[in-house]
Design a protein around this ligand. Structure first.
Ligand code: FES
Ligand code: FES
Length: 173
């Protein structure tokens, strides 16, 4: 699995509270709604991956970088309650949408249930893929799936092979 990485375009600023979207000489100011809070960042390029904005500008490092090519799912977040691979989503296209990361999961009813199931089944091994796994599982729950049908909606990869424990965890949801 690739090491975590930063993007040179992500050397900008972040703040809370503002709701405006403006263009300044230093870049473009965007307001993202992340875990229920409006966060304003300035980016040099609105096509920067959402993953870089979350990790490098907002400090939400629970979302992981794995493949960078929309395959592994380590970077999964919820956008308007649907799982999205944030390595492949332009930050500009996330404006006006509700983004949930692993840091916001404990405040979400489905997230609380999934986290409890993960703990009860002792799912993680190294843990690197698990925030993406949980977000994908919660996205499936929000789409109306229950039990092992949650797992059929998940395409995330785990290098440690925790799939059997994930199946056990989702079977209780
Ligand atoms: S980092 Fe692998 S799908 Fe995004
Ligand atoms: S990659 Fe180690 S727990 Fe999935």
């Amino acid at each position: 699995m690739a090491s975590e990485s930063s993007n040179s375009t992500a050397r900008n600023t972040a703040s809370t509270g503002s709701t405006s979207t403006t263009k300044a000489s230093a870049g473009t100011a965007l307001t993202l709604t992340v875990n229920g809070v409006n966060r304003t960042i300035t980016v040099a390029n609105t096509s920067m991956p959402l993953l870089w904005a979350l990790r490098d500008l907002l400090g939400l490092t629970g979302t992981k970088y794995g493949c960078g090519i929309e395959i592994c799912g380590a970077c999964t977040v919820l956008v308007n309650n649907q799982p999205e691979k944030s390595c492949d989503m332009d930050v500009g296209s996330a404006v006006g949408k509700s983004i949930m990361t692993i840091e916001g999961l404990a405040a979400d009813v489905d997230g609380q249930k999934a986290q409890a199931a993960w703990v009860a089944s002792q799912v993680p091994q190294c843990g690197y893929c698990q925030s993406g796994m949980l977000m994908a599982a919660v996205g499936a729950m929000k789409a109306g799936h229950h039990g092992t049908s949650i797992m059929s909606e998940m395409s995330n990869l785990c290098a440690c092979g925790t799939y059997q424990r994930i199946r056990k965890a989702v079977s209780s949801l």
